[in-house]
Design a protein around this ligand. Structure first.
Ligand SMILES: [Fe+2]
Ligand SMILES: [Fe+2]
Length: 199
């Protein structure tokens, strides 16, 4: 499909593609924030000594290791690499985005193991478990806020018309198993809880 130099129709197609890609990233962030709030509620309950829903926490972390780790972050990596090709100075502003994604995945894996152990009644220090969960929440929130402040505007400013069309094929048509059009069985109760709370 042609983009650059196609005149008005081509330009509209570029704008539509760019908007769709960036909108989806923002929607993913909004969904993620709601998920993190749900996790925080559980951690607050756990801290207060109330019954925490470990099955719900397990679904949350399973999701974190699925869509954000396997689809959302690789999309951003792809866009970021193209941005660096167009504007090498962007690296100094944005920093090591790819490395941050790796560290977020490691943090989610550590939390997944902790949830598994706590749910299996292993003796884990409460404060340690809580600190790990809060670290996951705040690190992810900070990461998303930085992307919205630095990465997304730079993509908008510096990627070229042809880039969007070319990248489009790599960043669309992947279903989100929790917030997408088809919800995986494993995530049904989490979906009802998070999306149901929006109604
Ligand atoms: Fe990211
Ligand atoms: Fe992101």
């Amino acid at each position: 499909m042609g983009f650059a130099g196609d005149g008005r129709g081509g330009l509209q197609a570029v704008v539509a593609t760019m908007t769709r890609i960036l909108d989806q990233l923002q929607i993913d962030h909004r969904n993620m924030r709601q998920l993190l709030w749900t996790l925080e509620e559980q951690i607050d309950a756990y801290r207060a000594g109330a019954a925490a829903d470990f099955d719900l926490m397990r679904q949350i972390v399973d999701y974190l290791l699925h869509y954000p780790t396997l689809i959302h972050h690789p999309r951003e990596d792809l866009l970021f690499r193209r941005l660096l090709a167009r504007r090498p100075a962007a690296g100094a502003v944005i920093g090591d985005l790819v490395g941050e994604h790796v560290r977020l995945a490691q943090l989610a894996q550590r939390f997944a193991a902790a949830v598994h152990n706590v749910a299996a009644d292993a003796e884990l220090p409460r404060a340690w478990f809580e600190a790990l969960a809060r670290d996951l929440v705040t690190t992810t929130e900070r990461h998303m806020a930085a992307e919205e402040k630095e990465l997304f505007p730079m993509l908008l400013a510096w990627l070229e018309d042809g880039d969007w069309g070319e990248l489009d094929a790599h960043v669309t048509a992947k279903n989100d198993p929790l917030f997408g059009s088809s919800i995986e069985n494993h995530f049904l109760s989490l979906h009802q809880r998070v999306v149901g709370a929006r109604l």
